[in-house]
Write a protein that binds this ligand. Structure first.
Ligand SMILES: *[C@@H]1O[C@H](CO)[C@@H](O)[C@H](O)[C@H]1NC(C)=O
Ligand SMILES: *[C@@H]1O[C@H](CO)[C@@H](O)[C@H](O)[C@H]1NC(C)=O
Length: 516
């Protein structure tokens, strides 16, 4: 998606503005750590397929990532898979120990559907799978670390995929049945309220998995399958929200919501403001508008554009499925918080010329996005370090959706490995600083989650890109975890509840502070 093109003066102007803005903010906070609000929570995240291993242990069955990596090993860059990954299925106590070392308030992890329900359905509950997550949750609670549980982080049972996965509208029942099992099994811990996240990053599930071939199940049916997926996913999410709300909330006292991936889309110049807004409405408004807007439903611009293109292309109805009036009501407001995964920013320009095969998602949008050459970033080509985009995004969420409670459920930076990760530290500090700017202006942001607690299986990139605060040695049978410099810096942020740009950690020894 790197569409490099002309670098007009506009960008240079923008760039110098960025430098000025950044140095100004940094100067203001240089000599005294900038405080986070009282009650603000810090955590770190992982996901089941990326860390657990034990892919067929104790009754677990195949999911779409097992299936893809086993049948086409070199679908990943390094031809590796998650069969063992970080072996957290056996090493979860070390994971919790790391959370204690960092002094985290919470740990966000996900549950593997095929580990809990080997048939995909609740006719058989796998006791060994339940025991694994009970052990993990109990270990966390022992040290007052709150579990934040993602119900679905991309590892769909393969059997459900063979029945169409997220394009089959029956999935709303399949997902509801699975979720109810989790509420019954794990939702009842006395005194503690589990935070539930129904689905992680719908855009990546639907667009990458169904519209393109960049995530399992790699359907690559763009302009069609990603829209069907989106509708079913939103209804499935809402169904689960209402089940929790009506059957479990009173006794369990947790909160439940969805996590969206949302990047910032900056117009190349003011002539492209509309194109940037349209692109944004497709990329994450598709999921945010139905849930968080006053009116619900897909964003109007998206409905109009896909309907017009579909008609011109000879389709008898819009390729974007319609919600019924009942579904619109069911989805609207179905999240206690706006779970936000944010990583980067793109520049956008409008371009109606037919460069993509139609129908396609980007042909529907009629805009293009790219990173200017001079933006620096991480090991992932898509990840540029642009903190001001985070500020703009948080401001837009506050303004467009009436200032919902926002949980930052992921934010982080990739390298190729190594313990001295100063670039990651610069990234975290820059993004946290901009988050504080948004909070100061009234954004209701309540928690922050670093992605990731440790290195893990980075999907199609295998183990070539590393996001961990802890480095994982994949050569060692113990999958030895070692804190990076960024782990020490994050620990100090959590301990002091403040952001100090001058702090230089002593990285010789990691300890567990009292009370953890
Ligand atoms: C994916 O679909 C596009 C058309 O949308 C096509 O050009 C491309 O070859 C497909 N890739 C694979 C691996 O099938
Ligand atoms: C639109 O994209 C095409 C193909 O990349 C390019 O030739 C054309 O100049 C672009 N038009 C505008 C207005 O940017």
């Amino acid at each position: 998606m790197l569409l490099l093109r002309r670098a007009p003066t506009v960008i240079l102007v923008l760039y110098s503005c960025i430098l000025l803005c950044e140095s100004k903010t940094v100067n203001e906070v240089r000599h005294h750590g900038r405080k986070f609000p009282d009650g603000f929570l810090f955590g770190a995240a992982t996901a089941s397929y990326q860390i657990e291993g034990g892919w067929d242990a104790d009754g677990k069955t195949e999911n779409i990532w097992d299936h893809m990596t086993h049948n086409e090993p070199c679908s990943t860059d390094d031809c590796l898979n998650g069969d063992v990954a970080d072996n957290s299925y056996n090493l979860y106590k070390r994971d919790v120990e790391m959370a204690r070392e960092l002094g985290l308030d919470f740990y966000r992890f996900s549950i593997s559907w095929a580990r809990i329900l080997p048939t995909s359905f609740p006719d058989k509950i796998n006791e060994a799978g339940v025991q694994y997550y009970n052990n993990l949750i109990d270990e966390l609670l022992k040290y007052n670390i709150e579990p934040v549980v993602t119900i679905y982080h991309w590892d769909l049972p393969q059997k459900l995929q063979e029945m169409g996965g997220w394009t089959n509208s029956f999935i709303t029942d399949w997902f509801a049945d699975y979720s109810r099992v989790l509420f019954e099994q794990f939702g009842d811990r006395v005194k503690y309220s589990v935070y539930w996240i129904t689905i992680n990053e719908p855009r990546e599930v639907c667009y990458q998995g169904y519209g393109t071939n960049t995530k399992a199940p790699r359907l690559n049916i763009t302009g069609m399958a990603e829209y069907m997926c989106a509708k079913n996913l939103l209804v499935a999410h809402a169904k689960v929200y209402h089940i929790y709300d009506q059957e479990f909330r009173a006794t369990q006292g947790g909160t439940i919501g969805i996590t969206l991936s949302a990047q910032w889309y900056e117009p190349e110049n003011e002539n492209h403001a509309e194109a940037a807004e349209t692109l944004l409405q497709f990329e994450w408004g598709e999921y945010a508008h139905p849930i968080f807007s006053k009116t619900g439903d897909f964003p109007p611009v998206m409905k109009e554009k896909v309907a017009a293109k579909s008609a011109a292309q000879g389709f008898p109805r819009s390729r974007l499925p319609e919600f019924t009036a009942e579904e619109i009501e069911m989805v609207r407001g179905s999240s206690d918080f706006f779970g936000l995964n944010h990583y980067t920013t793109y520049l956008v320009y409008s371009n109606e010329s037919l460069e993509y095969d139609a129908p396609s998602y980007y042909d529907d949008i009629e805009a293009k996005l790219y990173h200017p050459n001079h933006w620096s970033g991480g090991a992932s080509v898509w990840l540029k370090n642009i903190p001001w985009g985070f500020y703009k995004l948080l401001t837009k969420i506050r303004e467009d959706y009436d200032n919902p409670p926002v949980y930052i459920t992921e934010n982080g930076f990739s390298t190729r490995g190594g313990l001295d990760d100063d670039d990651r530290i610069i990234y975290y500090r820059g993004y946290l600083n901009e988050m504080l700017n948004a909070i100061e202006e009234g954004s209701d942001i309540r928690m922050y989650t670093a992605w990731s607690l440790m290195d893990n299986f980075e999907w199609m990139r295998g183990y070539t890109e590393r996001f961990g605060l802890y480095e994982v040695d994949y050569e060692s049978p113990e999958r030895t975890r070692t804190p990076r410099k960024s782990a020490f810096v994050y620990k100090e942020i959590v301990r002091t509840r403040a952001l100090d740009f001058n702090y230089e950690p002593d990285t010789t020894v990691m300890t567990i502070d009292e009370g953890h």
